[in-house]
Design a protein around this ligand. Structure first.
Ligand SMILES: [Zn+2]
Length: 168
């Protein structure tokens, strides 16, 4: 990856990580187009188990845009998308997805419940011969591991806060 692109990715990932601090669980995502943040969202899955940051973000963006396509957008998410969100990103036709902490790190380091199906696998399934929406829309470009330690640090702080609240 070009140095300039890596710097850009780190800049926007930091903003997604900042957004993750607002969630009831520490997951945040932003949508970027023409090097500008257009939409942001965090996890709000308290009663709706599908309200992950990425799904919330896609809903907000497409509602405001008034159409179902996010072509031309890059989605930055503080943590690798679960299979539900990875599929939603394909339905939404985003050009590129960039994530911080991986699903494996979420499970092993942050002790988060996750469906262990990595987003590159979900993404590649959609380009297969049998999945017609993949043929129409194509897979997105995927980059992972940007500021992963910083993303995981938010989980550690969040856990500490939960523990402190439990003790008081
Ligand atoms: Zn998800």
């Amino acid at each position: 990856m070009e140095r300039a692109q890596l710097d850009i990715d780190k800049h926007f990932m930091q903003l997604a990580i900042n957004e993750s601090k607002l969630g009831n669980y520490p997951y945040g995502a932003i949508l970027v187009k023409d090097n500008e943040v257009k939409f942001r969202a965090h996890n709000s899955a308290s009663t709706d188990p599908t309200a992950h940051a990425e799904v919330a973000l896609i809903r907000t963006a497409t509602q405001q845009l008034g159409h179902p396509s996010l072509k031309g957008y890059t989605l930055y998410t503080s943590s690798e998308s679960c299979p539900m969100c990875a599929a939603a990103e394909i339905w939404a036709h985003v050009d590129r997805v960039v994530f911080g902490a991986s699903i494996q790190q979420l499970i092993e380091v942050a002790q988060q419940d996750q469906i262990f199906l990595q987003s590159n696998i979900v993404n590649s399934l959609w380009t297969g011969e049998l999945v017609t929406v993949g043929k129409i829309r194509g897979a997105y470009e995927l980059t992972g591991g940007i500021l992963a330690e910083e993303a995981l640090q938010v989980f550690a702080e969040w856990k500490q806060k939960q523990q402190d609240a439990g003790q008081s």
